[in-house]
Design a protein around this ligand. Structure first.
Ligand SMILES: [Zn+2]
Length: 300
């Protein structure tokens, strides 16, 4: 077993700043999510592709800003949700991680079949303002790279090329995951746009390159050539925001009568975090302590 490389994000520019580039290796995080949710390959691929985009969109934020991506398709895995922030902290889940789906006719994981081809991508950004930013676009393929390309063009008015991939081993574990986003800034000449389009079309799949030991920086060189300027590299980590205190607050917020009902009916409560599958258990004594803090819910 070769030693697993760390998950990272690189960001930079090319072509006199007229192209903005991001690339990630997310293998460890996607494997961690796969293990936590015991997801099957197509769900792992859908989550991993969305997570790679989420990590790069997170890097477009500043300070304490954060974002949530929801891919709500009509396929068997249900919705894919990814949370990311500007510090490279990411988490995510799929509604039905074990929804089976066969490979497509090219022998590849049928991500569109798992996600569905009809539905929406919703992006919510908490930018510290009164109202969060919300952007939505319909799904156009369900394979996700094209869908996010469409999202950037329509919802953020930034023409972009998006490439993401997840390679899953026979035992369902994640061998490689990563991707890139290349964004076109104003001022690019038509010939430069054509050159970029040709580079995107010629580039081997992301997972093929990662499997050859190529780095996120190498992925970007395939696209923009040697004129790449890397501005920084950031480690990416799985991090869930849940904690025992937060779950207690949720229980308290249920209100007095509901909590009393839980104590009388079950004498215990178990809360599972959607994002990380962590289980929080509360016995009768603890629930009674929380009950003291709970307020009666106003009658509606
Ligand atoms: Zn959690």
């Amino acid at each position: 077993m070769e030693e697993q490389l760390k998950d990272i994000l690189v960001r930079g520019t090319a072509w006199d700043g007229k192209i903005r580039v991001f690339a990630v290796r997310t293998t460890n995080i996607v494997e961690e999510l796969r293990r936590r949710h015991d997801s099957f390959p197509t769900a792992t691929a859908a989550l991993g592709r969305t997570l790679s985009v989420g990590a790069m969109m997170g890097a477009m934020l500043k300070g304490k800003e954060r974002l949530t991506i929801q891919v709500k398709g009509d396929g068997p895995i249900g919705q894919v949700v990814v949370d990311a922030n500007a510090n490279g902290e990411i988490r995510g889940y799929v509604d039905h991680p074990q929804a089976h789906h066969a490979s497509n006719d090219k022998g590849k994981l049928d991500v569109a079949g798992a996600v569905g081809t009809s539905g929406y991508i919703h992006v919510t950004k908490d930018l510290g303002l009164k109202e969060p930013y919300r952007g939505s676009v319909p799904l156009i393929s369900g394979e996700l790279a094209e869908d996010f390309t469409y999202y950037f063009a329509v919802s953020e008015q930034t023409p972009s090329a998006v490439g993401v991939g997840v390679l899953v081993e026979n035992d369902n574990s994640v061998l490689h995951a990563g991707g890139y986003i290349v964004q076109l800034m104003p001022g690019l000449a038509d010939a430069e746009i054509t050159r970029l389009e040709q580079a995107v079309a010629k580039m081997p799949p992301v997972t093929t390159l990662l499997a050859q030991g190529q780095t996120p920086e190498d992925l970007l060189r395939w696209l923009v050539g040697e004129d790449l300027v890397i501005h920084d590299t950031m480690p990416l980590v799985f991090k869930c925001q849940c904690s025992e205190e937060r779950v207690e607050q949720t229980l308290i917020s249920l209100g007095e009568s509901e909590l009393r009902m839980i104590i009388e009916d079950d004498a215990r409560a178990e809360v599972v975090c959607h994002f990380c599958n962590e289980k929080y258990s509360f016995g009768k004594d603890r629930l009674e302590q929380l009950l003291v803090q709970a307020k009666p819910k106003p009658v509606q």
